[in-house]
Design a protein around this ligand. Sequence first.
Ligand code: NAD
Ligand code: LMR
Length: 306
Amino acid sequence: MKVTVVGAGAVGASCAEYIAIKNFASEVVLLDIKEGFAEGKAMDLMQTASLNGFDTKITGVTNDYSKTAGSHIAVITSGIPRKPGMTREELIGINAGIVKSVAESIVKESPEVILIVVSNPMDTMTYLAHKATGLPKHRIIGMGGALDSARFKYRLAEALGAPISDVDGMVIGGHSDTGMVPLTRLATRNSVPASEFLSEDRLNQVLEDTKVGGATLTKLLGTSAWYAPGAAVSGLVQAIACDQKKIFPCSVLLDGEYGLSDLCIGVPVVLGSKGIEKIVEIDLTDAEKEHMQKSVEGVKATNDLL
Ligand SMILES: NC(=O)c1ccc[n+]([C@@H]2O[C@H](COP(=O)([O-])OP(=O)(O)OC[C@H]3O[C@@H](n4cnc5c(N)ncnc54)[C@H](O)[C@@H]3O)[C@@H](O)[C@H]2O)c1
Ligand SMILES: O=C(O)C[C@H](O)C(=O)O
């Protein structure tokens, strides 16, 4: 199993590290446009192999897509991250050109590839990857919901005073400060609805903290986060590489599901060796549908900027 990660920056390197540590891929190729940067990150990561006990071979290349040929999965993290006070949508001007050319270059060398788009604004970049490559819709996946759901579980566990392994929850909708739809109604602590333990106000606070999860970290770090994003991407890559049939909320091209079409937005999907093997349609309440509709309008407005 060969995995390419384009962009050897904070998220790309974190993603390569988690993939290697989980030890399911034979090869990870890190590619960056900055001379020598991916080579350096790959060498540094390979020097952790004996310490962390993995056999995955990580190589780095400067903008040479021939070295990515035959990739089963490719992750696009290339592009600029936001600074404190910015929205993800403000990155579109620079990142659209980068994502388009990177997606085209990957597919040229690996026509059977499954693409995972991470660069922001992610839902719009996923849509752009479809337009640029024409790959079948089950082979282009935007990563946002897996990360947002991990942050939701973190906030739920904090509010419940429970271990994170005891809580479950999912965030659908757009990967933006206002567009996320954390499904508090379906959140549980070991199968018991979280609403049995938390007041409506406290659950709403969890929801609001989750939605601004990325902005909160950007303010603290001066740039956006990388550990949880890298781990979330590695989870999607593993689900595909190991044909796990796990459900993750991912940004996918909708064609009538949820009454929506011609946009990519976060909904639950089953991930396996073919990529998106099923879009799971869950019954939303009227309030959730309204929240989702606002999210759709936000994503479509950003798509219109392409
Ligand atoms: N979807 C998500 O959940 C999520 C999470 C975190 C970050 N992000 C996004 O991921 C992107 C990367 O974030 P980061 O923190 O790793 O940034 P970073 O600046 O640390 O790394 C980006 C890397 O991309 C490289 N790059 C730029 N143009 C390139 C090109 N044409 N080809 C190859 N490489 C190129 C840069 O040289 C740099 O090394 C940002 O757009 C950020 O907003 C998304
Ligand atoms: O917040 C960002 O800009 C990066 C990423 O989308 C995140 O949620 O961490």
